[in-house]
Ligand binder design. Structure first.
Ligand code: PEP
Ligand code: MG
Length: 582
């Protein structure tokens, strides 16, 4: 039966494919694709873990004290039986062979399928065996954990997809459906085969959504119970423009969306022709279009759409998911240098680590503070860990010797934080001098993403070479709306008069002082906002490469001079959204 689920659109386009459910509630289960030539090894790893659990249970039975309740022995029998049951085993092996899932992922995928079958059983005794099945799988997962060999990169080509439930073989795109995915999980899926994403939770500018957007595939977040309503391998359509997922579509609906998908591809083809067209408005204003990146390799995507530099390199992605083993100076230097080299002399703005809130260092240890977004995040964390911060600053300074590197500091609000940052930067230089190591000149920028910063611009303009407005956090903190919480996503309003006032002042005052100013939050990559930002005087936009051509198209059609009077009217309005036709 066809039904639809509504969420928040985060990345454009239509995807049609089969659902792959990722049970992210089991946070300690890794999900990755194994290379095709490692299938046998992975099956052996699974088999060894299962055999070890069988042995463990048999030993428990043997060593059971005489006075132990007889139910215990019977229970272990049930567990042993479930462990050897082919419904579980054959399914798991099939996910490994056919879809190239790692053993843990295959296990929990099959667990879910078998669990549903248990749920549907009439007999209450049998229904309750689901809990036993879960316990058995947990045991195998624990065994696997010790022997896991995660593969960082997914296989170089898409594996052959198979229809596991109908037992015939067809090639189909896969769509990932999960309750939640951490930004690090998302990054792991970045070069993989998925054609689209849906998550139950998240807001438009949550970091998971941001990484999804960088993948340039249709994505919907905040779809609430999607991961419960969709079943493994269901046919689904993701409409990333409308924020809708259609489950089990009829042939008429499929045909309609197939048409929409082709139209989208044609539009992309048309936009691609703008790659080498200079971003100049009708009245001759030259606009700088920069890229936001998460990894040095993303510079290729930036160049492919004609970006003239990197306006935001979110370096925290180098630090995430490493179980406490942070990258040392050499590793960081290589990463920053790769980004600088990758842009061939164009500027690369390297933001110092912005860890915390919805970007925990380690997903397995999420921030348990009551208000993590207001806690030890970004520069606060760096200043609390000066040795780590100095390491990062030295690595960036060294990379700056090979091109144009700018340093950008996130979440600043206090004069004292600015002072400490400047002192540490001087110290990093002094340490490099003492080692006799070469480093380059940098420009230093501050992110304006805390309202307090936007309201004390004089201080920032005195100390920094340029400012970069992080609208994602600026909106979150101005409106007191958690950017990652779908239940308040309708209140996350980028056109709130207070937000626009802070934006206008930051752009205006920077320009008056002759300092560079750019927007690097998601607002810069939203073509519906381009005209307004131009009207407010913005001349530098930084966004994911996937957005650059659509924004450029808006710029080519705009008259910046005429837009400034209109932008003033928007600023003076109590309901600016109405003036933007929203
Ligand atoms: C922002 O807050 O707008 C920003 C660009 O930083 P991040 O999204 O990484 O917090
Ligand atoms: Mg931010």
């Amino acid at each position: 039966m066809t039904f639809s689920i509504h969420g928040i659109p985060v990345a454009r386009g239509i995807a049609i494919g089969r659902a792959v459910l990722v049970a992210s509630s089991r946070v300690d289960v890794t999900h990755y694709f194994i290379p095709p030539d490692q299938v046998t090894e992975e099956l052996q790893r699974l088999g060894a873990a299962r055999d070890a659990v069988v042995e463990e249970l048999q030993r428990l039975q043997l060593e059971m004290p005489k006075d132990a309740p007889p139910e215990l022995d019977a229970l272990l029998d049930v567990h042993l039986m479930l462990l050897q049951d082919e419904l579980l085993g054959a399914g798991v092996r099939q996910w490994i062979r056919e879809r190239l899932y790692n053993a843990e992922w295959a296990l929990i995928t099959q667990l879910e399928i078998v669990s549903r079958q248990f749920d549907e059983m009439e007999d209450p005794y049998l229904r309750e065996r689901k809990a036993d099945l879960e316990q058995v799988v947990e045991r195998v997962l624990r065994r696997l954990k010790g022997a896991a060999t995660p593969v960082a990169a997914p296989p170089p080509r898409a594996p052959r997809q198979h229809d596991l439930l109908l037992d015939d073989t067809i090639d189909v795109p896969l769509v990932l459906v999960a309750h939640d995915l951490s930004p690090a999980d998302m990054l792991q899926f970045k070069q993989s085969v998925f054609a689209g994403f849906v998550t139950d939770v998240g807001g438009k500018t949550s970091h998971t959504a941001i990484v999804a957007r960088s993948m340039d595939i249709p994505a919907v977040v905040g779809a609430r119970s999607a991961s419960h309503l969709v079943r493994q391998d269901d046919w689904v359509i993701i409409d990333g423009d409308a924020g809708v997922m259609i489950v089990d579509p009829s042939s008429i609906i499929l045909a309609e969306y197939g048409y929409k998908q082709r139209q989208g591809e044609l539009e992309r083809g048309r936009l691609a022709r703008l790659k080498n067209t200079p971003a100049v408005t009708l009245d001759g204003q030259r606009i700088e279009l920069l890229a936001n990146i998460e990894q040095p390799e993303d510079t290729a995507a930036a160049l492919a759409v004609g970006a003239v530099g990197v306006g935001l390199f979110r370096t925290e992605f180098l630090f995430m998911g490493r179980e406490g083993k942070l990258p040392d100076e050499e590793e960081q230097y290589r990463a920053y240098r790769a980004a600088v080299d990758g842009m061939h002399g164009m500027p690369v703005t390297i933001r110092t680590i912005d860890i915390g809130a919805d970007k925990p260092l380690d997903d397995r240890r999420p921030d348990t503070h009551l208000n993590p977004a207001l806690g030890l995040r970004a520069i606060r964390w760096s200043l609390a860990e000066p040795a780590m911060f100095l390491t990062q600053l030295r690595a960036i300074l060294r990379a700056a010797a090979h091109g144009q590197a700018y340093v950008l500091i996130p979440m600043l609000a206090h004069a004292d934080e600015i002072r400490q940052t400047l002192e540490l930067l001087d110290k990093a230089r002094a340490q490099l001098d003492a080692r006799g190591q070469t480093y380059g000149a940098i420009k230093l920028g501050a992110m304006i993403e805390v309202p307090a910063a936007a309201l004390s611009l004089r201080l920032f303009l005195r100390h920094f070479d340029f400012l970069s407005i992080g609208t994602n956090d600026l909106i979150q903190y101005t409106l007191a709306i958690d950017r990652a919480d779908e239940s308040v996503a309708h209140l996350y309003d980028q056109l709130h008069p207070a937000v626009l006032r802070l934006l206008a002042d930051t752009i205006g005052q920077s320009r008056t002082r002759g300092k560079g100013v750019s927007v690097c939050g998601e607002m810069a990559g939203d073509p519906a906002m381009t005209r307004l930002l131009l009207g407010l005087g913005l001349r530098s936009f930084s966004m994911h490469p996937s957005q650059i051509l659509a924004v450029k198209q808006e710029i080519l059609r705009a008259d910046a001079g005429k837009l400034s009077a209109w932008a003033q009217a928007v600023l003076d309005s109590d309901e600016p959204a109405a003036l933007l036709g929203q």
